[in-house]
Structure formats: C-alpha cells, structure tokens
Design a protein around this ligand. Structure first.
Ligand code: 4NP
Length: 158
C-alpha cells in the first residue's frame, strides 16, 4: 500500500481524535498495513496539551482491546499541514477551523472525517459533556468510519 500519514483532529484532543487514532492504528495493523498507514491526532484548542485522553475514551478503547492511555494531547500546528497527507476533522466546526489554519497550498488535505471515509457527510458529535455511555456509541461511529477509511485507502493503493 502507498504510505499515508493521517492526522485526526477534534476540539480538545482528549475524547474523539485520540480514540480515532487508536482505532485506526489497530485496524491498520490487523489488516497488515501497520507500516504504510501512520496515524496521529491533535486538537484545535490548547486546553489539554500534555494530558492523557479522557478516562471515558481510555476505558471504551480498553473494552475493545485497544490501549490509548499513553497518548498525550497536543495542539494542531502549522507544521502538521506539511507533515500529513490527510487531515481529518471530526466535525464541521473543526474542519472550518482547520481550513482557516491551513496554508492555501495544503487546504486540499483537510476533510470532514465521515465524508472522506464513507462518502456521506456527518459530524462525530462532541461527547465531552455527555454521560459515559455515549462513549460506546462514539466508539462504534469511529470504528465504522475507520473501517471505511481503510477500505478507501486500500482501493486507492490498488
Ligand atoms: P474532544 O472533546 O474534542 O473530542 O477531545 C472535547 C474535549 C475537551 C473540550 C471540548 C471537547 N473542552 O472544552 O475542554
């Protein structure tokens, strides 16, 4: 497979994007694409720089056999637009913010995650103020999206 570097971006980089990072890395490794697909995550905001993922994201990942506890929050930076091939925002608000930050030549790398992955537009909703049970639904959304993303990348590579 053609190597691809993917950056998942949400608002805080503690709930959605680190979970997406863990899920995508796991799926890529299981599909034998662990070398070709590199994955990272970042946040629009700086509130959680250096912090581990939200405990609810760590727990739901763990329940599905994925360890994201060692990830640490970071803010998206100008250098990311050169360092990654695909910059996937979790919702339209994130995509708008990324589009403002992106150097014009790099704007084509920015996409809404679900639209890029599945062809159908849709936000991955912000779960931060939701109850813990919302995180299982979040996991299911991200797993389905990442499976579609993997399939799209495999088609692109073939
Ligand atoms: P995330 O969730 O964008 O999925 O990481 C949030 C985490 C923190 C905040 C907002 C959303 N916050 O306002 O601190």
């Amino acid at each position: 497979m053609k190597p691809v570097r993917i950056l998942f971006v949400c608002l805080g980089n503690i709930c959605r994007s680190p979970l997406a990072e863990g899920v995508m890395r796991d799926l890529a490794q299981k599909a034998g694409h662990g070398q070709a697909i590199s994955v990272d995550s970042a946040g629009i905001g700086a509130w959680h720089v250096g912090a581990p993922p939200d405990q609810r994201s760590i727990s739901v990942a763990k329940a599905h056999g994925i360890d994201i506890a060692a990830l640490r929050g970071r803010q998206v930076s100008a250098a990311d637009f050169a360092a990654f091939d695909l910059i996937l925002g979790m919702d339209m608000s994130t995509v708008r913010d990324l589009s403002v930050l992106a150097p014009p030549a790099m704007a084509g790398k920015v996409h809404l995650f679900m639209r890029y992955a599945t062809g159908r537009a849709g936000d991955v909703p912000d779960p931060y103020y939701e109850a813990a049970d919302v995180f299982e639904a979040l996991y299911q959304i991200l797993e389905a999206g990442c499976l579609s993303l993997l399939a799209r990348l495999e088609v692109r590579a073939s």
